[in-house]
Design a binder for this molecule. Structure first.
Ligand SMILES: C[S@@+](CC[C@H](N)C(=O)[O-])C[C@H]1O[C@@H](n2cnc3c(N)ncnc32)[C@H](O)[C@@H]1O
Length: 235
């Protein structure tokens, strides 16, 4: 199928791109601090099944940390394409990944990808679902560009199923994180967005349902007491 690709900005996309451009310089440090360094542990767990991928896409790649985890696996010999629509996050990823030969960068929208049908063995995605406009559109793009048998692993902050744990986690995420974030960025709107992005985000069962649609197989597993979820999809 031939596809006409265009970067069509919805108000949300414009906002998200601007925000990540604005916070790019402090993004990594802020991530490490607010997650107590556990963001890396969750990425590591997420990318394990992708070691054997020959062609992988890291979509919404940001500063490149999902790709770095995959490239660090001893058995990974494939190529990775990093796709993101924030120019400044891409630039950061380039700086961190240096001159790696098996790495390419594409400026693109996750919901309207500029890749041919059935071109990837694997797709990885870290902490970005909350930023998307339409999880069904994203799931349908995953289905389109994966090879038959190809798979996708996605890690995202989630809603803990245990009520007490959820209460503690929300207290931290909604009340404390915005205060901590203020120390790292002067962009007020960015630290207001963070709690909003989770409070309005779907529960895990609805996320997997939207992503897999009728055509993908999928399940999810909770980690860190359910505060983070890993979604696994297969075509
Ligand atoms: C929270 S960061 C995650 C970065 C990285 N994956 C990680 O694990 O740290 C979200 C990234 O997704 C990108 N992004 C958000 N919506 C996007 C979209 N529709 N298309 C492409 N990139 C998008 C942002 O520019 C940002 O770099």
């Amino acid at each position: 199928m031939n596809k006409t690709i265009y970067l069509e900005d919805t108000p949300k996309k414009k906002f998200i791109r601007q925000m990540f451009d604005d916070i790019s310089q402090n993004y990594d440090l802020l991530n490490r601090v607010i997650s107590f360094g556990l963001d890396g542990f969750c990425r590591k767990k997420t990318i394990v099944p992708h070691e054997q991928d020959s062609v992988a896409l890291d979509i919404c790649s940001g500063s490149g940390d999902m790709s770095i985890e995959l490239l660090n696996r001893d058995n990974f010999n494939g190529i990775i394409i990093l796709g993101d629509f924030s120019f400044k996050m891409h630039r950061l990823a380039r700086q961190k990944l240096g001159g790696r030969k098996n790495v390419y960068y594409v400026c693109c929208d996750a919901e309207n990808l500029p890749f041919k049908d059935s071109s990837f063995d694997g797709i990885i995605n870290g902490y970005s679902l909350r930023n998307l406009d339409d999880l069904r559109a994203f799931g349908s793009e995953i289905h389109r560009i994966l090879k038959p048998g190809g798979h996708s692993s996605i890690v995202e902050v989630a809603h803990p199923p245990n009520k007490i744990i959820a209460w503690v986690f929300y207290l931290y995420f909604y009340k404390l994180i915005p205060i901590i974030s203020r120390l790292f960025t002067k962009k007020k709107y960015a630290y207001h967005y963070l709690p909003f992005s989770l409070s309005t985000f779907l529960k895990q069962a609805e996320v997997i349902k939207s992503l897999k649609g009728e055509r993908l197989e999928g399940h999810y597993e909770g980690i860190l007491l359910g505060a983070v979820a890993v979604y696994r999809l297969r075509k």
